[in-house]
Structure formats: C-alpha cells, structure tokens
Design a binder for this molecule. Sequence first.
Ligand SMILES: [Zn+2]
Ligand SMILES: [Zn+2]
Length: 439
Amino acid sequence: MRLCELKPADTIGKEFECECGKTHKTPLKYADISADAIQKLPDVIKALGGTNAYLIADDNTMKAAGDAALSLLRKDGIKATAHLLGIEEGFERPEPTEQTLGNLVMGYDKNCDIIIGVGGGVVNDMGKLLSKLGHIPYVYIPTAPSMDGYVSDSSSVIYNGVKSSVPSKCPDALVCDTSILAKAPKKLILAGIGDMAAKLISVCEWRIGALVTGEYYCEEVAEIMRKYRRLVLDNAEAAVNGDEKAVRSIAEGLTLAGTAMTFAGVSRPASGVEHYYSHLWDMRCLAEKRQCELHGIQVGVGTLLALEKYEKLKEIKPDKNKAEKAALSFDRTAWERGVREYFGASADTVIKIEDREGKYSPGKVLARQKIIFDNWDKILQTVEEELIPAQQLRDLFIKIGHPTIAEEIGEDAETAFCHTGDIRDKYILSRLMYDIGER
Ligand SMILES: [Zn+2]
Ligand SMILES: [Zn+2]
C-alpha cells in the first residue's frame, strides 16, 4: 500500500518501511476526523490515563468547542480547569510569544495529568510546548481547518523577535470534529486552503533542494502532499460554503501534512519559500505591534507570489560568469546593513544564523553553482512537473475570496522575498536565485 492511500487514522501504531531508507512512523496514538468526534473525548482522555485536565483555549475557541468539551468531561467525572490565552490590546488573537507561554506556565495547574488544546494554531503550539515541558499527554481539538500544525512535533513561536520552529510534543490524540470545523468563520477555512496550496511549492522546493544540496527526499511522502493539495484545491469552493465533506478533506490534508513532516523528520514536505514570506510578515507585524494576517492566508498569498517567481525563473537563461562574479563580490557589510534595516531588533539573531551557516560564503555558493549549472534542465523539469500556472490559482482564489496580493494583507512582497533567504537554512527559491546571480 502506498503512503498516499492512508487516511490519518491508518497511520497510527504502524511502521512503514520505505524505499527512501527510513521507517516512517508517527507518535500519534489516536485520530478521529468525523462529525461528532468530540462526543468521544471523555473516552480518549481516560484511555490516555487522564483524570484531571488542563484545557487551553481563547475567548472565541472556548465558545466554539471549549465549553462543550468541559461539560462532556465533567459529566463523565473527569476534573477539568480552563485557561484562556490572553489577547494583547489591539490584537484579535493570542500571539505565539514568550509572553503568552509564560502566562500559561504561571497559570498551570501542577495537579493536572493531561493537557487539552482547543483552538487554532497558537493554542495548539502552546499546548504542544507545555505538554513537552510537563511530560504529560496532550490532546488537540481544532476549531477550524486553518493551518497544518495539527499533529506536527514542532511549534511556531516568536523567540527573541524571530519566528522560530521549536521542538515540541506531537499531540497524543487528535479529536477533530468536522461539524465544529464546518461552522468555522469562512476566513479560517480560506486559511486552510492557503496552507494546502502551499504544498505545490514545498514539494517542488524539496526536490530542488535534494538536487542542489543532496539533502534527504522521499517520493512517497511528497506524494501524500500532492494528493491532498489537489483534493483541497478541487473542493475549495464547496469547503468555503461549509460543505462538511469538503472541510473534512482539508482537515485530513492538514493532519497528514503534520504526519508527513514527522515521517520525513524535516518540514520540507509542507513548507517552502511561501512559508518564509509568512514568517517574515509575522516578524514585521510583531516589531510594528500590529495584528498579522492568519498564517494560512499569508501562506496562500506567498504561494501565488512564488508561482509567479517560478514562472519568471523559467524565462531566465542563467549566465555562469555573471553568477560567479556575483558570488565572489558578496558584500557582507552591505548585506548586514540591509538585514538591520529590514529586521530591526531581531537583526542580530538573523546575522548569527548566517555566521553559523555561511549561506552566502563564496566558496559554498560556487560549489552549489556547479551543481545547479550541470542540472539546470532537471531543475526546470521539476518546476514544470510540480507547479500549476499562477493564473489558475489566482482565478480560484478570486472565486473563493482568498487574497491574491501582498498589499491586500498589508504587506510588502519584493523586499520580503530577498530576505526569505536569510532567516533559516532551508534551500528555497530565493537562495537558488541568489546562487545564479539573479537576486
Ligand atoms: Zn520514505
Ligand atoms: Zn503552514
């Protein structure tokens, strides 16, 4: 059986020996993605040995599912206390900051023996982190199909001003009630569609990364993402109209995106340059103290921007001499100045990342250039095989009401693109453009 034929529940408790050389498995112990899944919550908690639950939510998600979860637990004799994540003044949602985590830790009930997160990405990230710190089981109840971190083992948090991926605990159980999800605000459903559209770019860049840097790649895992990306985009219109079956496809895709990352041991299957736009915009918002757009929407816009860039890449005839000259004339001082201008307070962290990785060091760039020029046709073929025309996605986004340009979400695209190559070590389009002297 191919991995892409598995439903989330089929991945539990099994090991898959794969041609890529890895044995793929997930630490997830339970996954139910169905209407009325929440009704089984007390059984799930008991099966994990829980008797006293610490439930994390925010104001909105408490109403969407937290209250129902609490009453189901109490009816079954399971103790439960709720902690609502604070929302800073001027913001609509809690932010994944040190402040939010600190607040949660201070309110932590040390007698609890299980954590339940009820809500979106930030609630889940906090739950995953807290259960790792407390060494107790964690159950996640999503309230919207809005992002793909359901069952990943990392959290996206703002750490020292930089959006970072921090190792966390994968939820032990996913209780995903699709009748709750289908009632989520339309915007949150659009966000989930954006986060699944992203898999166009992430899979493409995973293959390019493997070609250029020799990093690990698994075709079976990549195929899971292709399948669900197609399914979600094909049913996007029905999903935004609250069709439960279409919403369930998004939820399954988002869940499997997390599983795919666990299978691969890297975030490659689910995240490429489109996610880097999002990380940068988040950092800018934090620095400027304004509410950022939903992750999935940012990523959807980033996907469209990346598709346009890849279309331009296909037109470029890279020039070896020009590329070499550009690599050798890397001006560290000018680069640092640009980083300081763009990143402000978090520039030091970004500069430290470069000190550690030497992404721009001419020797490394020249070595990659050789591979790139020898394999240019293969790179273009990968782009051709993996991507769809930007116009096709733009038409769909317009039809369903998903933003299509950065300005629509109050962000800048061009400067952000250049800096996408600065924040982490993943090989993405902006790095490739730099390596061929075209950035
Ligand atoms: Zn594999
Ligand atoms: Zn994402």
